[in-house]
Design a protein around this ligand. Structure first.
Ligand code: CA
Length: 230
């Protein structure tokens, strides 16, 4: 049974989320302020965190940052306003996804499922064979979600890996942000194309010798992004 931690101070919202997630077969734990939420998040037995932003004691931005220092658990931020979305994207807190209030329960559950599924893909069992593709110094194991550059193993988030994999498998082909959002993130309507830019920026910082002069993840001005083999 997958366990979801809901960190939300509005009891009525927390209760309705809890009710619906339990109906879907999830185990649910709740916290009503950021401090208690962080403590439960770091206890280590949580499969996904739903994290509100405006919270007593410690806000959701701070909780997200602190959890990320220690854990790769998927975090889905609950945002109330456009400014918060900007901040989630701009701060690069390491949140995996966000959903804007008010949201429908079906949408929320779909997003939770998608994010948990991705984590499972990222931690494949040992019997999955390696499928290593080499691009110059870069080695990408398409099956086992591992990337290295020369001797150095790169620590990518799931989204970063999936974006890299998608582009690298289609070397040289240019994709628009909207296409990437649909193909890599898997949704057409809810996402914000800035998510793609932020992920590309983070990926370049990890991948490129000089992120300002990329050699792998290339920008096609006015169109989108593509992968170049070196
Ligand atoms: Ca709140």
């Amino acid at each position: 049974m997958k366990k979801i931690l809901v960190i939300e101070d509005e009891v009525s919202i927390s209760d309705i989320i809890k009710f619906n997630l339990k109906k879907e077969g999830y185990e649910v734990d709740t916290a009503y302020d950021g401090g208690a939420g962080l403590e439960k998040a770091l206890a280590g037995d949580v499969d996904l965190i739903l994290l509100d932003i405006m919270l007593p004691v410690m806000d959701g931005f701070e909780v997200c940052k602190k959890v990320r220092e220690k854990s790769a658990v998927p975090i889905l931020m609950l945002t109330a306003k456009e400014e918060e979305v900007d901040k989630v994207l701009g701060l690069e807190l390491g949140a995996d996804d966000y959903i804007t209030k008010p949201f429908g329960m079906r949408e929320l559950i779909a997003r939770i499922r998608a994010n948990i599924r991705r984590t499972e893909q990222m931690n494949p069992s040992d019997d999955i064979p390696a499928d290593i593709k080499t691009f110059g110094l870069l080695q990408i194991d398409m099956n086992r979600y591992e990337v290295s550059k020369g001797e150095e193993s790169l620590d990518l988030t799931l989204r970063e890996f999936e974006l890299l994999k998608y582009l690298a498998e289609r070397e040289g082909k240019v994709f628009s942000r909207e296409q990437l959002l649909e193909e890599v993130w898997g949704y057409e309507y809810y996402g914000d194309i800035r998510t793609v830019d932020v992920t590309v920026r983070r990926l370049r910082e990890k991948l490129e010798d000089d992120p300002a002069d990329p050699k792998y993840i290339m920008t096609k001005r006015g169109i989108g992004y593509y992968f170049q083999n070196n």
